[in-house]
Unconditional design. Structure first.
Lengths: 353, 384, 324
């Protein structure tokens, strides 16, 4: 097993990689909710693989896969309420699925038919896809500050990676959140790699340890243990709602795939390392646990897989039908109240209407 | 079954080509959607491409080891018809209509620079020169650094054009007439003159109670029957000789010159021509002429005598080979039978298109016209 | 009618906005108890409370970035950057997000924020305290850029900027903070996107904004003594740019001079000359002149007045253009 920074530091874990129970799995979820978590993980992985294929077939321009991170995203997103607001980076398709974002609209970003906000962010409570890494942390903190000013109990959750934690905006966002007691959850998916730079060259101490430095609570969790992720996020949400301020969560997980379809991970990491992390697969372990606990049977798993297959087929059909958006949209959304000079440019480039 | 061609996608953010490394299927194989079907080697990595369709591999377009351009056909599949509805077209590509210098576009290149652009002059002076029709290259500049000034341009037009009095704006009709006349001036035209002894003409017109003009026009139409080249038009393809004599009568109005037409004057009686002239003149003054009133003239007449002109050099209208000005009828000293006598007379000025007519042909026709006009008998023979 | 300084006018605009719309917020470094290093926010925290008027840590990117989250939560943020030279850390959030959010979300989510920045030189400031950053913002599609030159305009333009649904970068000419003007702050006036003819004259138009408008008026007085009457056009906003007013002024005078503090290359002068060529080419009697700072980093206090367009340089430019 190669050394990825901070793998060995203590972390919250309830279900071990082999599916055995090692902590208190009574986390306040019903049987249906436990089953729903598995269903979400199965269908999102199927979707992730379909997106990879779609890119290879020329239907998407570039796609960043999240395989291996299903538990980290789904467990955390599942702990949020309908009023809460998610501020993602660019790899959170699984979280988007949990929040009910329209997948075909989301994928418009990767198809290149629009930028990162093709779905309705306010209705989905899911901000646009954010590529300048860590900048979304500040947005999440601002939103949380606004929620607090309204006396609301709604909280925000910002997803970001281990690489983003090096950016200045992480620091400014964390500091602002703590100083203002903002109900914000800073959720780091430490997946071991920032493109080709491993986490032991990204930082010198566990990310969760920084929390104390800001004056907020920090939690490390096994990011591949969906129940543990759910539990720590739910705790953070409750603290935020109770006015106890922000939490920094570092979820230890692994990016099974390359950084994106444009990246070749064979150039910088060992297949052996990837294989070792497949042994800690989040879906395998959770399925084993549920089967062992009698919460599900094989038929349920097959049902999830079939349903995922059909769902993904429908997404493929809709997505591949998407063509060029009207060029007027380039002009129509730049301003609410456009300058006359811009309207003149629109006419010149596009003619009347 | 339908055929679908799968082209090589851009697998690596801006790649232009790739090598087909290994085929994982063969022609004739049946494949499922997303089944691995080829390995492609790009500059960045070797990449496995899953089958984009379920169906039969009909053709592999390139052999293993060969290089293929992005967008070129990779493989053709036979798939089930229907199901995949094909892509919705996006919007049609936008029309580009762009003014150069603002956002830029593929407009046609600007015209080649003329000598004028090597002359030093500010944009305002250039516009003035263009409006006044002055070629800047011909103007000497007296401004700073030898620049052409506005006054230099105005002087080049000819005469001082200083606004010391009224400035009359140019109406669209006047401007149109001016443009037409400028075109007309380019036609090679010659004017020839004959004096007509008008005793007979005067008597006939008084009998009929009309002005000399309708009599004259009827006589002209009569002569044109024997001298058809008077009633012709020059075109680049051929000289058109017209069957009917449609006489355009130049008429002055507030808005400028208009030329209403008396159609087929050769088939009308003199009084009918007079009535037509009357109607057209009224309509011209009212501005109620219809387009049919001014179209189709083949020959033109202008009654310059009505404002006292003796003779002149009328300009042709494009489309006519001949235009005749009828000068004022007044007592003249003519030599009749060896002695000088006072007789009513006028001068006819006939301008002809020298491309259509030569002097001799015109001379014969003109002579015949004068003979007719001077003969009481022959004038009486014209339908009244 | 009382005289009011630009600081007082801005303060009044913020006060009126805060009381008129309970969703407005004012924040930045030292804006609370201190009332801002230029006192523009004086008294606001005491009046409206520490939740609506608050100090932030020193975090410019954070200050700009929280505008997005606050806007999405339904607030109207009015953020302050302490100085022009310190607005740069926020550029990523401004360019990548404030300017683009509306387009990115297909018009669903705009950011109706105002970022106020004390700007430009002329106060013998230290390095980084006299920058002219307007080109960066003007060139970033999706932003509006507003520059008042007088106290009354400062009031009305700030009120309009706060009400604008689009993100506005509001550049305050700090060398004019203590200038005074008599008038009724709440009187109606032209809005964002409209330039104002401050002085009329037929020989030439001098086009400027911010602190340079005053210098152009001084130059106009000097020139008038020699019989050269100039029009002075205060642009008031750089985006939207009042191209019609520029065109009208050049069409009626045939000659133009553009004045700005910012360095010559790719300053607003370049854009304005291009617009003049598009709008009034046939009326030009002379090339358009630009009187600007040179292409060097802003100099120390002792050299400041050698860098900034002086009344003399402006007058000379007009004379040259008129004599062409």
């Amino acid at each position: 097993m190669t050394e990825i920074a901070s793998t060995d530091a203590p972390m919250v874990r309830l279900v071990a990689p082999d599916g055995s129970v090692v902590g208190d799995v009574e986390v306040g979820l019903s049987g249906d909710e436990r089953r729903e978590l598995l269903r979400l993980m199965i269908r999102s992985r199927r979707l992730d693989r379909e997106c990879w294929a779609l890119q290879r077939q020329g239907e998407l321009t570039v796609y960043p896969p999240f395989e291996g991170q299903e538990a980290a995203q789904i467990g955390s997103a599942f702990a949020l309420g309908p009023e809460d607001f998610v501020f993602p980076s660019f790899r959170e398709l699984a979280a988007a699925v949990v929040r009910g974002v329209d997948v075909v609209e989301y994928l418009e970003y990767h198809r290149g038919t629009w930028h990162g906000g093709p779905y309705d962010p306010i209705a989905s409570r899911f901000a646009p896809i954010c590529v300048p890494v860590a900048t979304q942390i500040v947005h999440a903190v601002g939103w949380a500050m606004g929620s607090k000013l309204d006396g609301s109990t709604a909280c925000s959750l910002a997803y970001f990676g281990d690489g983003s934690a090096s950016e200045g905006d992480f620091h400014e966002g964390a500091n602002l959140a703590a100083v203002f007691g903002a109900p914000a959850i800073l959720f780091c998916q430490n997946n071991g790699w920032a493109i080709s730079v491993p986490s032991n060259r990204q930082f010198a101490a566990p990310i969760a340890d920084r929390a104390a430095g800001y004056g907020m609570l920090g939690v490390r969790v096994d990011g591949n243990d969906v129940l543990a992720v759910y539990a720590v996020t739910r705790d953070a949400v409750e603290r935020a709602r109770a006015g106890e301020g922000p939490t920094l969560i570092e979820a230890i997980t692994y990016r099974i795939g390359s950084h994106s379809t444009a990246d070749d991970d064979a150039r910088y990491r060992d297949e052996a390392e990837v294989a070792a992390w497949r042994e800690r697969d989040p879906i395998d372990r959770y399925r084993s646990y549920l089967l062992g606990a009698g919460t599900i049977d094989d038929a349920f798993v097959r049902g999830c897989e079939e349903e995922a297959e059909a769902w993904v087929g429908g997404i493929r059909t809709e997505l591949t039908a998407l063509g060029e958006p009207p060029a007027t949209e380039m002009f129509d959304h730049a301003f609410a109240d456009p300058p006359p000079t811009l309207l003149a440019q629109r006419e010149e480039l596009l003619g009347d209407g | 079954m339908a055929e679908r061609v799968f082209t090589l996608p851009d697998l690596g953010e801006g790649l232009e080509e790739a090598i087909v490394s290994t085929w994982l299927v063969a022609e004739g194989d049946t494949v499922t959607l997303n089944q691995p079907f080829v390995e492609i080697e790009t500059a960045k990595a070797t990449v496995e491409v899953p089958a984009p369709f379920a169906g039969r591999v009909a053709k592999l377009h390139v052999a293993a080891g060969e290089t293929l351009a992005v967008g070129a056909p990779l493989a053709t599949f036979e798939v089930e018809r229907g199901g995949d509805g094909g892509r919705h077209a996006g919007s049609s590509s936008p029309a580009t209509s762009v003014r150069p210098g603002v956002i830029g576009g593929d407009g046609s290149p600007s015209s080649a620079p003329t000598a004028a652009s090597s002359v030093a002059a500010t944009p305002a002076v250039r516009k003035l020169a263009k409006d006044l029709g002055v070629d800047l290259a011909q103007v000497e500049g007296t401004g700073n650094d030898g620049r052409v000034t506005p006054d230099d341009v105005r002087r080049a037009v000819g005469g001082q054009i200083e606004a010391v009095g009224e400035e009359i704006p140019i109406s669209p009709v006047r401007r149109a007439v001016a443009e037409r006349l400028t075109q007309i001036a380019a036609i090679p035209q010659v004017t020839t003159f004959r004096t007509v002894e008008c005793t007979a003409l005067d008597a006939v017109r008084r009998e009929l109670g009309v002005s000399p003009l309708p009599v004259f026009m009827r006589a002209l139409a009569e002569i044109a029957k024997d001298h058809p080249m008077l009633n012709a038009t020059w075109t680049d393809q051929a000289i058109l000789v017209h069957d009917k004599v449609n006489v355009g009568v130049a008429t002055d109005t507030d808005r400028g010159l208009v030329v209403p037409v008396v159609m087929d004057a050769g088939s009308l009686a003199i009084r009918e021509i007079a009535a037509a002239i009357e109607r057209l003149a009224r309509a011209a003054r009212d501005g109620s002429l219809k387009p049919t009133d001014t179209s189709g003239p083949t020959i033109a007449v202008t009654n310059t005598g009505s404002y006292g002109s003796e003779f002149g050099t009328p300009l042709l209208n494009p489309g006519h080979a001949v235009t005749i000005a009828l000068g004022v009828i007044e007592p003249r000293a003519l030599v009749i039978d060896g002695s000088v006598q006072a007789r009513p007379a006028c001068t006819l000025s006939l301008t002809f298109d020298h491309r259509v007519l030569d002097g001799a042909t015109v001379g014969r026709a003109f002579g015949a016209l004068v003979e007719l006009l001077e003969s009481r008998e022959r004038l009486d023979a014209l339908p009244r | 009618m009382a005289e009011v300084t630009m600081v007082a006018a801005l303060n009044a605009a913020l006060r009126d906005a805060l009381s008129g719309d309970p969703r407005t917020l004012v924040f930045g470094e030292d804006v609370g108890a201190l009332g801002g290093v230029f006192r523009v926010t004086e008294g606001l925290q005491a009046e409206f409370g520490g939740e609506r008027v608050f100090d932030t840590p020193i975090a410019e990117a954070g200050i700009a970035g929280i505008c997005i989250g606050l806007a999405m939560a339904g607030w109207r943020p009015i953020a302050e950057m302490q100085f022009d030279g310190f607005s740069y850390p926020a550029l990523d959030q401004v360019i990548s997000h404030l300017a683009k959010y509306r387009q990115r979300t297909r018009g669903r989510v705009g950011v109706p924020a105002v970022v106020r920045i004390p700007s430009f030189g002329g106060i013998k400031g230290k390095e980084h305290h006299g920058e002219s950053p307007e080109t960066y913002y003007v060139h970033t599609a999706g932003l509006k850029v507003v520059v008042p030159s007088t106290p009354l305009d400062a009031y009305r333009l700030l009120r309009r900027s706060i009400d604008d649904p689009d993100p506005v970068i509001f550049l305050e000419p700090k060398s004019r903070y203590w200038s005074k003007e008599e008038g009724d702050l709440t009187a109606e006036g032209p809005g964002i996107g409209r330039a104002r003819v401050v002085r009329e004259g037929g020989a030439c138009v001098v086009i400027a904004y911010g602190a340079m408008v005053g210098r152009c008026l001084e130059a106009a007085t000097t020139l008038s003594a020699d019989g050269i009457e100039t029009t002075v056009l205060d642009l008031r906003s750089l985006v939207p740019l009042d191209v019609t007013a520029i065109g009208d002024a050049v069409r009626s005078t045939g000659r133009a001079v553009v004045v700005h503090e910012a360095p010559l290359t790719l300053g607003m002068g370049a854009e304005i000359v291009a617009r003049i060529v598009e709008e009034a080419f046939d009326h030009l009697e002379a090339p358009v002149a630009r009187v600007t700072g040179p292409d060097v980093p802003y100099p120390p206090a002792y050299l400041e007045q050698r860098y900034l367009p002086s009344v003399k340089r402006i007058s000379n430019a007009v004379r040259t253009v008129v004599a062409y």
